[in-house]
Design a protein around this ligand. Structure first.
Ligand code: PLP
Length: 434
């Protein structure tokens, strides 16, 4: 029996956390603002499950926002981290394991001739943009509405009023003078991209895009969108950056670039390569990467970059996900879950759509078939999602606590887990309909 005076209840833990941690969390989406209620405080995790401090079990479809593609506490990864820890936690000097990770990444993603490790996806994206600016000698960047590339100043910017206007900050503390260099366009709007290049082409340092957007729910690129970005960047001499922090090793082993057959100039990575430890990376064409310090004049650094624990965990991870059939099985599991969910919703009579890209997915409370834009995402029924989220949570299924985030499955999710999830969904949807 839970009561809020119990110090192990989520409410008590949240109250305690809120004393010295702003909002009780170290990253805003964890605070459940998008769905209301109290965050789950995780005590431990194993395979497909999270456990809170009272031992309640949840089937996890967040997977630390993507990295846990093998499930939690996979024995090979844990072993690699223990062995690495015994050899020392950080040296501030190069290690052979960094070379192994770089070699593996460049082999799996042939668009990359060279790669530099960072400690987060934010750093990777921020550094890739600085590199593109340094390489081209230009200031302006293009990004897309609804895409997230971390919290660097240039990226916390939305479109000004009207098309082709200069950007305005979306966060306090971002200087207007900096925001004006960020042009924000609608995702999947081919004509807007062409018009923007026509107007600003020779000033554009780079385009940064999530090739499959996973930070506004899941939005797939429409036919021709990524190719247009490639063509316009090539023509204007701008750098095309694929932010594959989420999609890398997730949509397919070689990421979205392999799946869609489009070669970016630079790629940013994170999440899966660290197996759950803090890691990011950016890499690409040798000619561009040669501009980074100490080879070139674009400064980029990090005391903990290429951390030995993260590298050795990453090597173990990359080995396991390269196994024959790994991605086919992952995608098949997810299709079973999503098809089941759609059939249940249709049966109960609640408008719901589903979409999948490899091991990531979107659930949309709408009867519209147009799921291709940020605007379409904002028209989904957020109140219905909230109700669904809490119904699932109550029944031991942990979904992303926001209608505007993708979901993730792992190889640890068993058929029984998927079936248990569908039973929870059926009960929840029936409850919502009543
Ligand atoms: N890029 C994308 C596509 C992301 O999804 C994220 C984080 O969710 C980032 C960049 C930022 O990565 P990090 O949170 O590791 O700084």
């Amino acid at each position: 029996m839970t009561n809020s005076t119990d110090t192990t209840s989520n409410q008590s833990l949240f109250n305690a956390a809120s004393v010295h941690i702003p909002g009780g969390v170290n990253s805003p989406v964890r605070a459940f603002k998008g769905v209301g209620g109290t965050p789950v405080f995780v005590q431990k995790a194993s395979g497909a499950y999270l456990f809170d401090a009272q031992g309640k079990r949840y089937i996890d479809y967040v997977g630390s926002w993507g990295p846990m593609i093998l499930g939690h506490a996979h024995p090979d990864i844990v072993q690699a981290v223990i062995a690495a820890a015994a050899d020392g936690l950080s040296f501030g000097a190069p290690t052979p394991s960094e070379t192994t990770v770089a070699d593996l990444i460049c082999e799996i993603m042939p668009s990359m001739d060279m790669v530099r490790m960072t400690s987060s996806g934010t750093e990777a994206c921020m550094s890739a943009i600085r590199l593109a600016r340094g390489y081209t000698g230009r200031d302006k960047i293009i990004k897309f509405e609804g895409c997230y590339h971390g919290h660097a100043d240039s990226l916390l910017v939305k479109a000004g009023s009207g098309m082709l206007t200069l950007g305005v900050p979306t966060s306090l503390g971002v200087p207007k003078d900096l925001a004006q260099h960020t042009l924000t366009l609608p995702f999947n709007d081919i004509e807007a991209v062409k018009a923007c290049f026509k107007e600003y082409g020779d000033q554009i340092a780079c385009v940064i895009v999530e090739p499959v957007a996973g930070n506004m729910n899941l939005v797939l690129p429409i036919k021709g969108f990524l190719q247009t970005l490639r063509d316009e960047c090539t023509q204007a001499g701008s750098v095309l950056i694929f932010d594959e922090v989420m999609t890398g090793f997730r949509v397919a082993l070689g990421g979205a670039q392999a799946h869609y057959g489009i070669t970016p100039d630079l790629t940013t990575l994170g999440k899966i390569i660290g197996a759950g430890l803090p890691v990011g990376a950016f890499g690409g064409k040798r000619e561009i990467m040669n501009c980074i310090a100490p080879l070139g004049g674009v400064y980029q650094a990090g005391t903990l970059s290429g951390n030995p624990l993260a590298m050795r965990a990453g090597i173990a991870m990359l080995k396991l996900i390269r196994a024959e059939g790994f991605y086919d099985q992952l995608a098949m599991k997810l299709s079973f879950l999503l098809n089941g969910l759609k059939a249940i919703a249709d049966d109960v009579g609640i408008p719901l759509q589903v979409q999948q890209a490899g091991g990531m997915f979107g659930i949309y409370f709408t009867d519209s078939r147009d799921l291709s834009s940020y605007e379409a995402m904002t028209q989904c029924d957020v109140a219905a999602f909230r109700e669904f989220f809490h119904g699932m949570l109550k029944r031991g299924v942990y979904l992303a606590p926001s209608a505007f985030e993708a979901g993730f499955i792992s190889s640890s999710h068993s058929q029984a887990d998927l079936e248990e999830t569908l039973v929870a969904a059926q009960e929840t949807l029936i409850e919502m309909k009543a």
